[in-house]
Design a protein around this ligand. Structure first.
Ligand code: THU
Length: 160
């Protein structure tokens, strides 16, 4: 028996102003689309913007449903939009932001497990890393260099 320690590296930015300019623009897109999220049940709005290799920006927000599990997270709305509209174009960077009508979200909000698994599929498919930047409504921003950093030990096609 042996124990193996897995390491993940994140980069922390103090504010949006500290981000590279292209990521600031991407985060601004994410903020804009966050505002039109359909979240009447949780009052928790998530917006995301994906920068593709062809320069296109694909964005998405969460879409809730009275039958709760029928709703969908912002990240999966956007990645499926990108996957259907631009099936052969790589995703380079993703910006994510979340806000709540009940309190100020001032901690970075990481994508949920199901979104990590879904995004991981596309990173493997395109065989190149996707940078992910996530924040709350205000405050620090976390960057990971790849999905792999957010989801070590992922399930993938090699197991099938
Ligand atoms: N949500 C997202 O859009 N992305 C995540 O990664 C976490 C959660 C949404 C789903 C639901 O509409 C609301 O946030 C509260 O869970």
């Amino acid at each position: 028996m042996k124990k193996i320690q897995l390491a993940t590296t994140i980069t922390l930015f103090d504010s949006v102003d500290e981000l590279p300019v292209d990521v600031q623009n991407l985060m601004n897109e994410a903020v804009k689309i966050r505002e039109t999220a359909y979240a009447p049940y949780s009052q928790f709005k998530v917006g995301t913007a994906f920068l593709l290799a062809n320069g296109e920006v694909v964005n998405g927000n969460n879409q809730e449903n009275a039958a709760y599990p029928s709703g969908m997270c912002a990240e999966r709305v956007a990645v499926w939009k990108a996957g259907s509209e631009f099936p052969d174009v790589r995703i380079i960077k993703i910006a994510i932001t979340a806000s709540s009508e009940n309190n100020v979200v001032n901690e970075p909000v990481a994508p949920c497990g199901a979104c990590r698994q879904t995004l991981s599929e596309y990173e493997i498919k395109q065989d190149s890393k996707i940078e992910i930047y996530f924040m709350g409504e205000t405050g620090k921003i976390v960057k990971t260099d790849s999905l792999h950093d957010l989801l070590p030990l992922a399930f993938d096609k090699s197991f099938l």
